[in-house]
Write a protein that binds this ligand. Structure first.
Ligand code: FRU
Length: 448
């Protein structure tokens, strides 16, 4: 039973709850991958737990990396980042403290401190310090300020913080520092019109020709097939560097799936920008049956991020190619796989088509891609993506997940899926080329 939904080539906790990727960093050829963790499968007090890997194929579970054991983070070591300061790893995260009393914990009753810990090796994180307290935020901020993300530009350091104002407008705040320890408020960055009540998990992405502010806005109303998830993930292309006189251009949804949130981005030694996301979402009305087996949630595949004509593209990193096993290729309407763990390429698609796999009905017509999961028993309903033209599509299917990429990663869709069949038939209503590979497992060594 415990094995039924276990993912084969994704990271998930052996027991307990996982949410946001945190502090992703590479040091001396080792990737340190931390995440929000609670001992209870349905969530609880937040810790940082950790995996390490050298190749994204073989992992070591390193156990708890950071505990909420300080007076200023005692209700949770919330999300944050890692900044490599000339070899010294500095981690910035939110110390959450809920004060005793009858508060709403939105506008009163909560400390949301910026904390820092340091590490030489990514394994022992210590010297906990409080860098910013409630008093260091502007007076129009609610008690929801969190998820620091630190970057450097022209020799100055900057910290972006996700925030909710007292009158419930989502925004980010920018702080600046010369020494990575003393931070001064610089400005609040808004969209030109109200855009949700809270922006969580900001990231700043800098490409040669374009910069982006990534974040997860809450409180957007769904209309015309946009913003169909309870909380969104996406990015504002920027008119210039964030710290300059910068305008947020129109928000672009990044992944349209049922189970995706709180992505984090980092640069590896070769300058590649890699992302991991939480394959989950808070406050949803559908469930994950793994809870009965004592664990919940997973990471998305690690994805390489590139920029093209002002848009971000995402695609699973090439390391996954070495998990490919048996290859099957057809020109026709259906391909049968005797496993649910596979990678499947549809390199050329007609102007409109229908596709079916694992009890999911997909349809593309008049620039609208519809994914209907109502019949597949996973409790997920229907969603849409507006895609003017589909050139190609790739499907990464694992025991209990699906990740779809369109047009080389210009659009993405991530979902959990809890069908029980091991025999998967990929069926199209028209003759198409289909190439698929069954996929081997990644390995995760238990805590030593
Ligand atoms: C996003 C989030 C963050 C917060 C963390 C707590 O999923 O709500 O804003 O730091 O989770 O686990």
């Amino acid at each position: 039973m415990k094995e039924m939904y276990k993912l084969k080539y994704h990271l998930e906790p052996a027991s307990g709850w996982m949410n946001d990727p945190n502090g992703l960093v590479e040091k001396d050829g080792v990737y340190h991958i931390y995440y929000q963790y609670a001992y209870e499968a349905e969530g609880g007090l937040k810790y940082w737990k950790q995996f390490t890997t050298k190749d994204f194929l073989h992992y070591q579970d390193e156990g708890i990396a950071l505990s909420p054991d300080h007076p200023h983070d005692k209700s949770g070591a919330y999300s944050g980042c890692c900044f490599n300061d000339h070899g010294l790893l500095r981690y910035y995260y939110t110390g959450n403290v809920k004060l005793p009393g009858d508060y709403d914990f939105i506008n009163a009753g909560r400390e949301h401190n910026v904390m820092m810990v340091e590490s030489q090796d990514g394994l022992v994180l210590d010297h906990k310090e409080v860098l910013l307290y409630n008093k260091d935020y502007p007076s129009n901020m609610s008690c929801h300020v969190r998820d620091p993300y630190v970057y450097v530009n022209d020799g100055m350091y900057y910290m972006v913080l996700g925030a909710r104002t007292l009158d419930s407008h989502g925004c980010v705040m920018l702080y600046t520092s010369k020494d990575l320890k003393k931070w001064d408020y610089m400005k609040t960055v808004n969209y030109h019109k109200p855009f949700g009540y809270m922006w969580e998990c900001p990231n700043y992405l800098s490409f040669e020709n374009k910069k982006f502010l990534f974040c997860c806005p809450q409180g957007l109303e769904s209309h015309d097939y946009d913003y169909e998830a309870i909380y969104q993930n996406g990015y504002f292309p920027l008119s210039t560097d964030l710290e300059k006189d910068c305008k947020l251009e129109d928000f672009i949804e990044f992944d349209h799936g049922f189970d995706i949130y709180a992505q984090q981005f980092f640069k590896d030694e070769n300058g590649r920008i890699v992302m991991a996301g939480w394959m989950g979402l808070p406050d949803i009305d559908y469930t994950n049956p793994t809870v009965e087996d004592g664990y919940q949630h997973a990471f998305t595949l690690f994805r390489e991020i590139t920029e093209h004509e002002g848009r971000l593209y995402q695609y699973p990193i090439e390391e996954y190619k070495s998990l490919r096993e048996d290859k099957k290729e057809i020109h026709g309407t259906s391909l049968e796989m005797n496993t649910s763990c596979f990678e499947c390429h549809l390199p050329k698609l007609p102007q409109s088509f229908k596709l079916h796999l694992r009890g999911v009905d997909m349809e593309y017509e008049d620039g609208l891609f519809t994914i209907d999961m109502k019949m597949n028993g996973s409790g997920r309903g229907e969603k849409h993506i507006k895609i003017p033209e589909i050139y190609n599509m790739t499907i990464f299917s694992d025991t209990s997940s699906l990740e779809l990429f369109f047009n080389d990663g210009a659009y993405a869709f991530t979902t959990r899926i809890y069908d029980k069949s091991d025999n998967v038939e990929i069926v199209c209503n028209e003759d198409i080329d289909i190439t698929a590979y069954s996929m081997k497992n990644i390995t995760v060594e238990p805590v030593k």
